[in-house]
Write a protein that binds this ligand. Structure first.
Ligand code: XMP
Length: 316
């Protein structure tokens, strides 16, 4: 079988030969793929690798701290965290179309990354955590794109960098095994997928500060309760959605007209198809109560019972 230790050793040797001098940069997303690629290259090059974390302000609660702590401090990797939230929000103002939102976030991401990497001395390589399925998917033959996924396309050429993809022959389960071997914590190894454009695709319509704050707070409750119930490892993704709808409710003796929040929890093997998870009623009840107590202007909580297809996993 495939041996992560052996793979790691060979990859480190190969990286030292292929990247003999100069600096490498990597964009950390908080996900397992970029973290594993970064950890591998860090093992090979040490401080010649600089990790860059672009906080686009569309992260889940606590995410910037999580990345700094678990990847920067714990792995001892030089890490530059860029707080670019205001800039992204500004660029997204008034934009409602999902694909336009993705495009704007992708472009802004590349700009911030380029500015940050461009300020470092002697940068020659760009490390990316591309996996085998990503290579195959983008290699043509696919008929229609349902949703565009951003990466740093075009950036290596423009900055004159060589692209380094040490995971390009691995599948997800192999990456997880390698991540463990490299000493990445379970909290990273077992992470649920999270979309590059972040909470922006979990907000139907315009990304306003109110929608962002609400979906972030509700999401933290969903994730925490699913984890507490011991179900996190059994589900593909669990999250909250700002539906863009408002409904009438009652709070004390007063009428409340507030946002409707949806909870989505799906099982999947590869994200291509999915089914909604039959969460226990008690758990759904707890999530609902916590949301309306802790985010009190939310008028209603609904559970999404749509499989993929026809519904996609994210609402946008
Ligand atoms: P959908 O919503 O297409 O999602 O059923 C399938 C998987 O892809 C993730 N997803 C994205 N990931 N950029 C990403 O990096 C995106 O724009 C994006 N849209 C969806 C989604 O979270 C799920 O795991």
């Amino acid at each position: 079988g495939w041996d992560p230790r052996d793979f790691g050793r060979r990859a480190v040797d190969a990286l030292r030969q292929q990247l003999p001098e100069g600096r490498a940069v990597v964009a950390l997303s908080g996900g397992v793929d970029s973290a594993t690629a970064a950890a591998l290259v860090h093992r090979a090059l040490g401080d010649r690798l600089t990790a860059i974390f672009v906080d686009h302000g569309l992260m889940r609660q606590g995410e910037p701290d999580f990345v700094r702590r678990e990847l920067g401090e714990r792995l001892g990797m030089p890490l530059i965290a860029v707080d670019a939230g205001a800039r992204f929000l500004q660029a997204l103002r008034g934009v409602r179309d999902p694909e336009r939102k993705r495009r704007i976030i992708g472009q802004e991401f590349i700009r911030v990354f380029e500015e940050t990497a461009g300020a470092l001395p002697d940068v020659r390589y760009l490390v990316q955590g591309t996996l085998y399925p990503d290579v195959v998917e983008s290699g043509g033959g696919k008929t229609a794109t349902i949703k565009s996924h951003h990466n740093v396309g075009g950036l290596p050429e423009r900055m004159g960098l060589r692209l380094v993809e040490p995971l390009r022959f691995l599948f997800k389960d192999e990456v997880r095994a390698l991540a463990r071997e490299l000493g990445l914590p379970d909290r990273i190894v077992d992470r649920h997928p999270f979309p590059g454009p972040g909470l922006a695709v979990r907000i139907v319509g315009e990304v306003t500060p109110e929608a962002l704050e609400t979906v972030r707070a509700c999401d933290a409750i969903v994730v925490e309760e699913v984890e507490r119930a011991g179900l996190a490892r059994e589900v593909w993704q669990a999250f909250a959605v700002w539906t863009g709808s408002y409904s009438v409710g009652v709070k004390g003796d007063a009428r409340l007209y507030g946002p409707v929040v949806a909870v989505r929890c799906v099982q999947s093997h590869d994200g291509m198809t999915a089914d909604w998870v039959r969460l226990p009623y008690e758990l759904l009840d707890r999530i609902s109560h916590r949301i309306t107590n802790e985010v009190p202007y939310v008028s209603r909580v609904v559970y999404d019972i749509s499989p993929k297809p026809p519904a996609t996993i994210e609402w946008e």
